[in-house]
Design a protein around this ligand. Structure first.
Ligand code: CO
Length: 154
């Protein structure tokens, strides 16, 4: 092997080892959704790419009504447990953002906001399974039957 070949090999190896950690690097993916005074979300589905290690979800309330009348939040659960979590959230009340406290079924949630407000939540994707069936919804009483959609991961 000539010296130049050895140098070239060393450079390639160096480049590979420099790039290798990047495939496991943290990657925060941003999602956004709006809610309005007509009790609607602006999206029916949200997609998280397979290489996202974290998600930052921003919820904006584009209406004018206050949180106690037309409050919106963004709650993520497996689709199978969405209804029981929404029911438990109603009992938890507005001081708890209509989200049951310390409930592992809640994968992520924002606080409840009113018109003109914006909030966000950042959560890790480690609790999500690729190809899993996830639903996001507003847990404000009466809203979840309309304000909901699917979140996909991977
Ligand atoms: Co709502």
């Amino acid at each position: 092997m000539t010296l130049s070949r050895i140098l070239a090999s060393t450079l390639v190896l160096g480049a590979l080892s420099a790039f290798a950690p990047l495939s496991h690097a943290a990657k925060t993916c941003e999602l956004s959704i709006d809610g309005n005074d007509a009790m609607q979300f602006s999206k029916q589905s949200l997609a998280v790419a397979a290489d996202c290690t974290e998600v930052k979800l921003t919820l904006k309330h584009t209406g004018k009504l206050p949180a106690n009348a037309m409050g919106h939040n963004w709650v993520l659960t497996e689709t199978a447990v969405m209804q029981p979590v929404a029911t438990a959230g109603m009992s938890a009340g507005l001081p708890n953002n209509y989200v049951p406290k310390d409930d592992k079924r809640v994968l992520a949630h924002t606080k409840v906001i009113g018109g003109g407000e914006t909030t966000s939540v950042t959560f890790t994707t480690s609790a999500l399974k690729k190809g899993g069936d996830y639903t996001f919804f507003c847990s404000f009483p009466g809203h979840w039957s309309v304000m909901k959609g699917k979140l996909t991961f991977g």
